[in-house]
Design a protein around this ligand. Structure first.
Ligand code: HEC
Ligand code: HEC
Ligand code: HEC
Ligand code: HEC
Ligand code: HEC
Ligand code: HEC
Length: 413
């Protein structure tokens, strides 16, 4: 009777655990497939344009800092546009007549280089410029579909850990209880058949044999193994795509320790987008030339910079940090609005000879910080009202999560 009862509890626990791990696994795969489809190229282009280009360009023919981009694709072919966006000063330095005329016309205003933009980004921007220029009043497509209600879900790994650990604890308790009962039964039957005269050691041996022969105990052990194996598999799966510690060799042995550390060059001198755009950006060779046209010209490493400019080929830096396309991250939001420092996320770059990825860049990592970090309301009139409203209904300080920092659509297109 009692054994049957324990057996069914055990079976139930196992079924529940498997159902749970299954459900979470399916959840993430189905939304993963749905997320990128939510916002099309145009929506992505709009995002990129507003964050990186809008301060200098209009989608109409109107001149802001630079020329209006309406009709751009009729003026220039795609290859030229991509080259230009990646490295405008490189195109100008190459002697391209159109570029030089334009540069002169705009009083030699230097356009920011977006060396990190690939075909996807450039095409998205062009798609947006075309659609917005053609229909200036067209409403922007909202990003993403309806978000599932599971706003409390963190990086799934933690969730599963909690379930597994509690299951293991329950099973441990069940085992202990079973042992107690077995002992009791043994003692009763032992007393009847006169085994009371056995020594303690003999009794223990008999008990252990009993336990080993007990089916429930054996199946519990088997299930414990299965659960541990499942957990290991999940951990492995969540580790895929995580590149913490990644520090690839770069084509030129550029040292942050020397330039940002010892020489104290401001990060934004080279990463020009970091306070005003989505992307920090990687500096074009021209920024290096501001100094290296005079410094260490004879060094073979510096000669590589010269070669890049002469051949009009951007230096092919190997990308270190890279979120999957389904996630949206904006630097200005964090450095400028949020007031965070680079080292909050990148570690002490100014001490690195070779850049290394210090944070995991997983969803759990983003969410964890949004749970813990207070919104930076200093000198921000927009937040004053929000904070008053928050303080009226809640005692704690306003965290990023209280401002929508856990909403799926904020980070997923
Ligand atoms: C800091 C201001 C600034 C930013 C930011 C900027 N541009 Fe420019 N852009 C210019 C200026 C100025 C020119 C004119 C050429 C020159 O003087 O360098 C120009 C020229 C261009 C041209 C050539 C236009 C033509 O008529 O042929 C294209 C294309 C262009 N920019 C695209 C972009 C895109 C795309 C972005 C955003 C990813 C961007 N620019 C961001 C200032 C900027
Ligand atoms: C003199 C120019 C210069 C300065 C100053 C500079 N960087 Fe860089 N940074 C680069 C170049 C070039 C690369 C690409 C090569 C590399 O990864 O080392 C880079 C790469 C990076 C990367 C990795 C980019 C990727 O591919 O994911 C990070 C992060 C970074 N820098 C952060 C910083 C921080 C933080 C500072 C200030 C403490 C800083 N940088 C100062 C030029 C500079
Ligand atoms: C603000 C000025 C400045 C800028 C901008 C700058 N550097 Fe430097 N760089 C220096 C100085 C100064 C040294 C040290 C020279 C020495 O050792 O005497 C140096 C040294 C180097 C060295 C080591 C050369 C050797 O053989 O010892 C490399 C490589 C280098 N820089 C690459 C770059 C690259 C790539 C960029 C652009 C992303 C860049 N630097 C931008 C000032 C600058
Ligand atoms: C809140 C976290 C956070 C802060 C703060 C932060 N970064 Fe980043 N950084 C990231 C993430 C995440 C990526 C990867 C972005 C991607 O792949 O789209 C990244 C990428 C980069 C890159 C690679 C090129 C690019 O723009 O994607 C550079 C360079 C960089 N950061 C420099 C900086 C500098 C300089 C600062 C400080 C002024 C800084 N970051 C502050 C999280 C941060
Ligand atoms: C070190 C802490 C930290 C990390 C790590 C971090 N964030 Fe943030 N994030 C913030 C802060 C602080 C703000 C609030 C900025 C403000 O005042 O609007 C914010 C705001 C945001 C917003 C705007 C939310 C809103 O309510 O409008 C988005 C989107 C966002 N973060 C995405 C990400 C993504 C994606 C990652 C991971 C790749 C990430 N963040 C990692 C601290 C962080
Ligand atoms: C603060 C930003 C942020 C929020 C809020 C957020 N995500 Fe994510 N999410 C990310 C980042 C960054 C990644 C990519 C991380 C990686 O590859 O490990 C990601 C990855 C994913 C993935 C891919 C699975 C995987 O592990 O690679 C799914 C599915 C997902 N998120 C669903 C959601 C859902 C559903 C919500 C709302 C409950 C949500 N996300 C809220 C930042 C966020």
């Amino acid at each position: 009777m009692i054994r049957k009862f324990y057996k069914s509890i055990l079976a139930l626990a196992v079924v529940v655990s498997i159902a749970f791990s299954h459900a979470t696994a399916q959840d993430s795969t189905s939304t993963a497939a749905a997320a990128p489809a939510g916002g099309g190229d145009v929506a992505k282009g709009e995002e990129l344009f507003k964050n990186n280009c809008a301060q200098c360009h209009a989608v109409t023919a109107e001149v802001v800092v630079g020329p209006g981009l309406a009709g751009l694709e009729e003026r220039r072919d795609y290859a030229w546009i991509k080259k230009w966006i990646n490295n405008p000063m490189g195109v100008i330095a190459s002697g391209d007549k159109y570029a030089n005329d334009l540069y002169t016309k705009f009083n030699k205003t230097q356009m920011t280089a977006f060396g990190a933009f690939g075909d996807n980004e450039v095409k998205a921007i062009l798609a947006y410029v075309k659609s917005a220029g053609a229909a200036p009043a067209a409403a922007a497509a909202p990003a993403g579909g309806a978000a599932p209600a599971a706003a409390t879900e963190t990086g799934g790994g933690k969730f599963i850990n909690v379930i597994l650990v509690s299951l293991l604890v329950i099973m441990g308790l069940v085992l202990v209880a079973l042992l107690g009962i077995l002992q009791l039964l043994n003692r009763l039957s032992g007393a009847e058949s006169g085994e009371a005269s056995l020594s303690f050691g003999e009794k223990l041996q008999a008990n252990l044999k009993n336990i080993a022969a007990n089916k429930t105990v054996r199946s519990a052990i088997v299930w414990a193994f299965i659960l541990l194996a499942t957990k290991a598999t999940f951990d492995g799966m969540y580790g895929i795509g995580v590149h913490q510690g990644y520090a690839p060799k770069q084509p030129i042995s550029f040292s942050h320790k020397l330039h940002a550390g010892e020489m104290k060059i401001n990060c934004a001198y080279c990463h020009t987008g970091v306070y005003k755009g989505k992307q920090s950006g990687i500096p074009s060779a021209n920024i290096c030339m501001n100094c290296h046209n005079a410094i260490k010209r004879e060094s073979p490493e510096i000669q590589k910079i010269y070669a890049a400019i002469e051949n009009n080929k951007p230096i092919e830096w190997v990308r270190v940090h890279n979120l999957p396309d389904l996630a949206y991250f904006n630097h200005a939001q964090h450095t400028n609005v949020g007031g965070l420092e680079c080292k909050n996320c990148h570690g002490e770059i100014e001490k690195m000879e070779v850049v290394q990825q210090r944070s995991s860049l997983t969803m759990g990592w983003c969410i964890d910080c949004h749970r813990k970090t207070e919104v930076n309301g200093k000198d921000n009139g927009y937040y004053t009202k929000l904070m008053e409203a928050h303080n009226a209904v809640s005692k704690g300080a306003m965290k990023v999560q209280d401002n929508g920092g856990l909403e799926c659509a904020k980070c997923h297109y």
